[in-house]
Design a protein around this ligand. Structure first.
Ligand SMILES: Cc1cc2nc3c(=O)[nH]c(=O)nc-3n(C[C@H](O)[C@H](O)[C@H](O)COP(=O)(O)OP(=O)(O)OC[C@H]3O[C@@H](n4cnc5c(N)ncnc54)[C@H](O)[C@@H]3O)c2cc1C
Length: 336
């Protein structure tokens, strides 16, 4: 996936639309805003675009996006990003939006966790289920970034490595199946005997030749400047097993939390944000779309979120300039 380098914005940045959350819905929102000629900034707490798709299921086939009968999660994200990039939005990745205030002129100032401030005409919150933080591996945190990781953004980086994957859910099995053809070896370590994953993935994992160790836990990681070995304690065995490990992928799931957004004064319905038919929240100039929204009849699917964010952005455009038409025009009539 394309990596986007965030600009240095210590001095602050001014924009027309700030989209909080560069998941699939936020990325499509950036396209919609760009199509209207609005300057757009996307901020995401994760270091990569794609939200839940990138974090949880980049290798899965998605089959319910209109006109795309089937596509791998990471390819959907790449296509959404290409579509948004046609209008050159600014990406601020690895940065969490934390504070919100209005200026006397009615603009909105959003503060990021690193202290940077984005001054914007309107905010569209596409924060999904909130900020993700990976459930950490109790052993070996000091190897994070030196062999231990919680994501597999680029499977090719695991070519010819000895890889240990920890976990028993869909993500763990997806990584196993994705990395097994290219890694030197793949070992899955899971603390229970049963898996919480699709039956077909479990069957494929057992059939592909990877080593699967159940009822076991990784108790220590060892190495020097890089990770070299993982120690595994298997229930009922006296000796700790020592596995060669150039890389450990801890796929133990993620915790998600609306966090600071819950303090922005918007009306909440449990962990979601209440919106009206224009996708306005109860706070002026703050809109929301995608999984984060709440209204009667809400269906949490990307296809629904794409429609919501088009509504949010076009209504925001009119709020910024009441002389504008709500209807953005047809893309077929725009020059490429
Ligand atoms: C295993 C699995 C399979 C799925 N399969 C399908 C499917 O086949 N079809 C389908 O339609 N849907 C599917 N979904 C659901 C789909 O992934 C979600 O509907 C979709 O990701 C919602 O997109 P979003 O952009 O609204 O939110 P998200 O994808 O959750 O993205 C929100 C982003 O906001 C960021 N964020 C949150 N708070 C902040 C903050 N304060 N500051 C900065 N950034 C912040 C997060 O880091 C995240 O990147 C599936 C979900 C899962 C878990």
């Amino acid at each position: 996936m394309t990596e986007t380098v965030a600009p240095d914005i210590r001095a602050g940045i001014s924009t027309d639309i700030l989209i909080v959350g560069a998941g699939p819905v936020g990325l499509y929102g950036a396209y919609c805003a760009g199509f209207r000629g609005l300057r757009t900034v996307l901020v995401d707490a994760l270091p990569e675009c794609g939200g839940q798709i990138t974090a949880l299921y980049p290798e899965k086939q998605i089959r319910d996006i209109a006109a795309v009968p089937t596509a791998r999660g990471r390819d959907v994200v790449a296509a959404l990003k290409d579509q948004a990039d046609a209008f050159g939005p600014t990406y601020l990745l690895g940065r969490q939006a934390v504070g919100l205030a209005h200026t006397p002129a009615g603009r909105v100032r959003v503060t990021l966790a690193d202290g940077a401030v984005v001054d914007t005409g309107a905010v569209v919150v596409t924060a999904g289920i909130g900020t993700f933080s990976p459930r950490t591996l109790p052993a070996g945190e000091e190897f994070l970034g030196r062999g231990l990781s919680y994501f597999v953004p680029a499977p090719e980086e695991y070519t010819d490595l000895d890889v240990v994957i920890v976990g028993g859910g869909d993500s763990a099995l997806d990584w196993l199946l994705a990395l097994h053809p290219i890694a030197r070896s793949v070992t899955l370590v899971h603390r229970r005997s049963g898996f919480r994953a699709h039956a077909a993935s479990i069957r494929e994992a057992y059939e592909c030749g990877a080593t699967i160790i159940t009822d076991a836990q990784v108790t220590a990681l060892t190495g020097d400047s890089r990770l070299r070995e993982a120690q595994v304690r298997v229930d009922g065995e006296d000796q700790v097993r020592v596995l060669k490990a150039d890389a450990v992928v801890a796929a133990l799931g993620f915790l998600s939390n609306l966090g600071p957004l819950a303090e922005w004064g918007v009306e909440l319905d449990r962990r979601t944000i209440v919106v009206d038919t224009r996708m306005r929240t109860t706070v002026d100039r703050v809109y929301a779309a995608g999984d984060v929204t709440a209204y009667p009849g809400k269906v949490k699917l990307m296809s629904v979120g794409f429609g919501e964010v088009a509504t949010a952005v076009n209504n925001a455009a009119v709020a910024l300039d009441p002389a504008l038409s709500l209807f953005p025009g047809h893309s077929t009539e725009a020059s490429a």
